[in-house]
Design a binder for this molecule. Structure first.
Ligand code: 13P
Length: 256
């Protein structure tokens, strides 16, 4: 089974509209050439229309960083799935920062996954354990539980629209990245293993699973050499043009 590798830039709450414009104009010409890798840029909502417009005639894809589960209504500050249609192909759902700071529960994340799918958006569903759970040896149980909760009511056909990002919280923005061996163990046995239990081997083999957490050009190779790790979800290193281009280049060289 060959899966197209996918490297996504999560800009988080960074770059003003002007900075986003400059950044994307620098980035695009350099990213054009790696067609064996799916490249996704997830800017802030404010920059999303500009980035979508700029990427329209390129092979690069756009992702949003979150979405609400309702179609419209009295939800001050929120963005509904139909508002992203035509702008974004992907949407990050369940990022640990959103779970932690905005108190999103497994139930909310499940609603968002289903709402995104219902509107033709492809979720990048993020899962990952805290340092304490990791130290306690509970990673497998916790991550598997997050997946089961988020995917309740999602059909096998819908599942094939989803990308999973395994992002251990202790590795995010800390410089303390997971070893390739550990990331592979969780991606392969826990994430793909759980999807196999839920949807069967054939579907599980088609699902792309990213690693995220302090990914940079000096450790990207370590992850990409594992066949079950299909790319990366990148925070800090996606805010530097050269670094992000290098991450895509490494992925292209190893998996392209
Ligand atoms: P860093 O790459 O900055 O550790 O962030 C990872 C992440 O949270 C991507 O979603």
């Amino acid at each position: 089974m060959t899966r197209t590798p996918i490297v996504a830039a999560n800009w988080k709450m960074n770059l003003t509209l002007d900075e986003s414009r400059r950044f994307i104009n620098d980035l695009v010409p350099q990213l054009i050439r790696f067609d064996n890798v799916e490249r996704v840029i997830c800017p802030t909502f404010i920059a999303l229309p500009f980035v979508a417009d700029r990427l329209e005639d390129t092979p690069l894809k756009v992702g949003a960083q979150n979405v609400h589960w309702e179609t419209s209504g009295a939800f001050t500050s929120q963005i509904a799935p139909p508002m992203l249609q035509g702008l974004a192909e992907y949407v990050i759902i369940g990022h640990s920062e959103v779970r932690q700071y905005l108190n999103e529960t497994d139930e909310i994340i499940n609603r968002k996954v289903k709402a995104a799918l219902a509107h033709g958006l492809k979720p990048i569903l993020a899962v990952g354990e805290s340092d304490a759970l990791n130290q306690a040896g509970s990673t497998h149980e916790f991550v598997s539980g997050q997946l089961r909760a988020a995917l309740q009511g999602v059909s096998g056909e819908q599942m094939q629209q989803i990308v999973i990002a395994y992002e251990p919280i202790w590795a995010i923005g800390t410089g303390r990245n997971a070893t390739g061996e550990f990331a592979n163990e969780i991606v392969k046995n826990t994430v793909r293993g759980t999807i196999t239990e839920l949807y069967g081997e054939t579907i599980a083999q088609t699902i792309r699973i990213q690693y995220g957490g302090s990914v940079k050009s000096s450790n990207m190779e370590e992850y990409m050499q594992y066949p079950d790790i299909d790319g990366a979800l990148v925070g800090g290193a996606s805010l530097k043009v050269d670094e992000f281009v290098r991450l895509v280049e490494i992925t292209d060289q190893i998996k392209g």
